[in-house]
Write a protein that binds this ligand. Structure first.
Ligand code: RIB
Length: 289
């Protein structure tokens, strides 16, 4: 049986407004379209893992108003035994999509910020050493999850999105995989340009597989002496870039866990991102939503 991915991640209700241009300070904008979609970087990654054929357990919290997100994950054969219901409201995001398909996002953590250390311990209990833990930065206790999962001998992958100052305090040096977009890589390395960022980050995290996404310039995988590149796949019309990074991370990990082949994982992830940006909403599951 393939190793399982235990995804400690957020679930959000996304409120999406399509605008000509992002609202400016002091301006009131009226929009022509308003949609509600399931989202949250963790949720989006769980969907991407399943779409790529991976086995996924989603660990996190929703409020009563978000139980439908849990049902949606379950309906896709994602294990939700460790996705519990909080008295806090479900996390949510206010998302503007402009005419270029770019997004501007405000999030409210809500239930995502209520997962306790004992719930984390419970979810980590009895896992196999071949299993992977995936974490992104929209939940609390990220450093704790990294430490405890490593102590139990699991493989740990971290997506540093959305990056904040707290990321520097996590035990990043013990990670097996670290996913960064260009802005996150610039912040963490204190430099610019992919070659220079990789030089600095690989020196700082020599035992970590680095995966850096560069938007239209594709993506890079680096580990020890190996550097692999993947061009971005043409998405045709860019409709909505929300969730493209999440689709990339979940898909990459599902392929990598299954095959150990980073080049194949980069290619699969690039295709999933392209599909994601060619349509509305933060995941690729929403054709019939
Ligand atoms: O990465 C996209 C996601 O970021 C959205 O689904 C939104 O919920 C925010 O968490």
């Amino acid at each position: 049986m393939s190793p399982a991915i235990l995804n400690f991640g957020s679930c959000n209700i996304d409120h999406v407004y399509t605008v000509e241009a992002f609202v400016s300070p002091g301006e009131t904008l009226s929009t022509k379209t308003y949609d509600t979609f399931p989202g949250g970087k963790g949720f989006n990654q769980s969907i991407a893992i399943r779409e790529a054929g991976g086995s996924c357990t989603h660990v996190g919290r929703v409020g009563k108003d978000g139980e439908w997100l849990k049902d949606l994950l379950s309906s896709l054969e994602i294990n939700t035994d460790f996705l519990t219901v909080s008295t806090e409201p479900t996390g949510h995001a206010i998302i503007q999509i402009n005419r270029e398909g770019e997004n501007a996002i405000i999030t409210y953590g809500g239930a995502n910020h209520t997962m306790t250390q004992s719930e984390i311990e419970f979810a980590l209990e009895g896992r196999k050493e071949t299993d992977f833990v995936l974490i992104q930065n929209e939940i609390k206790n990220v450093g704790y999850i990294i430490e405890r999962a490593k102590k139990k001998g699991l493989q740990v992958a971290f997506n540093a999105a959305p990056i904040n100052k707290g990321v520097e305090d996590y035990p990043l040096d013990v990670l097996d995989l670290l996913f960064l977009n260009e802005i996150e890589a610039e912040q963490l390395s204190g430099t610019t340009g992919s070659a220079e960022m990789i030089r600095v980050l690989s020196k700082r995290f020599p035992e970590t597989k680095l995966i850096i996404t560069l938007g239209g310039d594709g993506s890079i995988y680096h580990y020890k002496d190996e550097t692999l590149k993947q061009i971005a796949i043409d998405a045709g019309q860019i409709v909505d870039t929300t969730g493209a990074g999440d689709a990339f991370v979940g898909t990459f990990l599902a392929y990598f866990v299954e095959t150990g082949e980073a080049q194949e994982a980069l290619m699969g992830a690039a295709k999933a991102s392209a599909k994601c940006i060619s349509r509305k909403g933060a995941t690729n599951l929403l054709k019939n939503f």
